[in-house]
Write a protein that binds this ligand. Structure first.
Ligand SMILES: NC(=O)c1ccc[n+]([C@@H]2O[C@H](COP(=O)([O-])OP(=O)(O)OC[C@H]3O[C@@H](n4cnc5c(N)ncnc54)[C@H](OP(=O)(O)O)[C@@H]3O)[C@@H](O)[C@H]2O)c1
Length: 275
């Protein structure tokens, strides 16, 4: 079987599909013949992604790309949103919880509402969508849940206290969940992204809730979103439990130091000028 062929006619729901990694994933999945549900808040972004996806499709596949705009931080509406998602194709085979917002602020200067937005989008938004999806997957005894985390889900970094915590939470959540639903033939995969060239830093929140609006050096030097999407799909096709993407030399060095020389890692992090 050709790489990713098993996704033909599968229903893939991607949150955060209006830009970056999510948009690239949507295009790559549609190229493989999957039916894709695109989610995010910005309808114009979703429309752009849909147009890119449809370029890959034949006439008879029209309608295979659906849009479902919602605010992932509004997790109280998760059940309602999941019902809408299931109304398109009556099932979801692969759920990719990729919606996320980053942070560029000292913890002491971060307003409470910003803390809530980051945690609710990156962590609780995923938790409640997955809570509503899982029983449906369990009934069919198949499915894949993939949640997109970050290398700062493995260690902490200045100016990212809340973002890093929200991603760390995903790691514990995925590990526990994977153990619980293995018997139901459901795979839970954690995607750990290093540096990917997207607008994540432009969209990141400052302490007062306004956007950072700068392209960070790490993202500028990161792998492309297309490359990242290909790696994610390759990992999902192999049923991997953890997929590392965007591990540039810089990201590799940080991970190495953190794992094998934690004291040196702490020394450098305390003195480094993180943006
Ligand atoms: N790029 C990197 O280097 C990197 C590194 C580590 C982890 N990641 C993770 O990768 C994921 C994708 O980020 P990206 O790099 O592709 O950046 P991006 O271009 O900023 O994409 C973020 C996506 O999340 C969506 N989103 C944000 N807040 C949302 C909300 N409240 N409700 C619904 N959707 C929301 C955005 O859509 P709307 O604005 O339309 O809502 C957008 O589609 C994130 O989880 C991020 O933490 C990225």
């Amino acid at each position: 079987m050709k790489q990713g062929e098993q996704f033909r006619d599968k229903v893939v729901w991607i949150t955060g599909a209006s830009s970056g990694i999510g948009a690239a994933l949507a295009v790559a999945f549609s190229r493989l013949g999957a039916k894709v549900i695109l989610s995010g808040r910005r309808v114009e972004g979703l429309e752009k992604t849909r147009a890119l996806c449809e370029r890959n499709q034949r006439e008879q596949q029209r309608g295979d790309i659906q849009m479902l705009a919602f605010d992932a931080s509004d997790y109280g509406k998760a059940e309602e949103v999941v019902e809408k998602a299931y109304s398109f194709f009556a099932r979801v085979d692969v759920f990719v919880g990729n919606a996320g917002v980053s942070q560029r602020s000292l913890f002491t200067e971060t307003k409470a509402e910003v803390i809530h937005t980051i945690v609710n989008t990156n962590f609780l938004g995923n938790v409640f969508l997955v809570k509503a999806i899982l029983p449906r997957m369990q009934e069919r005894r198949e499915g894949t849940v993939a949640l997109v985390s970050s290398i700062v889900g493995k260690f902490g970094s200045p100016l990212r206290a809340v973002y890093s915590a929200s991603k760390h939470a995903l790691h514990g959540f995925c590990d526990s969940l994977a153990a619980e639903v293995r018997k139901d033939n459901i795979t839970v995969t954690l995607v750990v992204a290093g540096f990917v060239k997207t607008d994540i830093s432009l969209h990141a929140l400052l302490g007062d809730g306004t956007r950072y609006e700068h392209m960070d050096e790490n993202q500028q030097g990161g792998v492309s979103a297309d490359e990242c999407a290909e790696s994610i799909i390759r990992g999902l096709a192999r049923g991997k439990r953890e997929i590392m993407v965007g591990i540039t030399n810089r990201a590799r060095l940080i991970l190495f130091l953190h794992r094998f020389f934690p004291w040196l890692f702490r020394y450098i992090v305390q003195r480094s000028k993180v943006t």
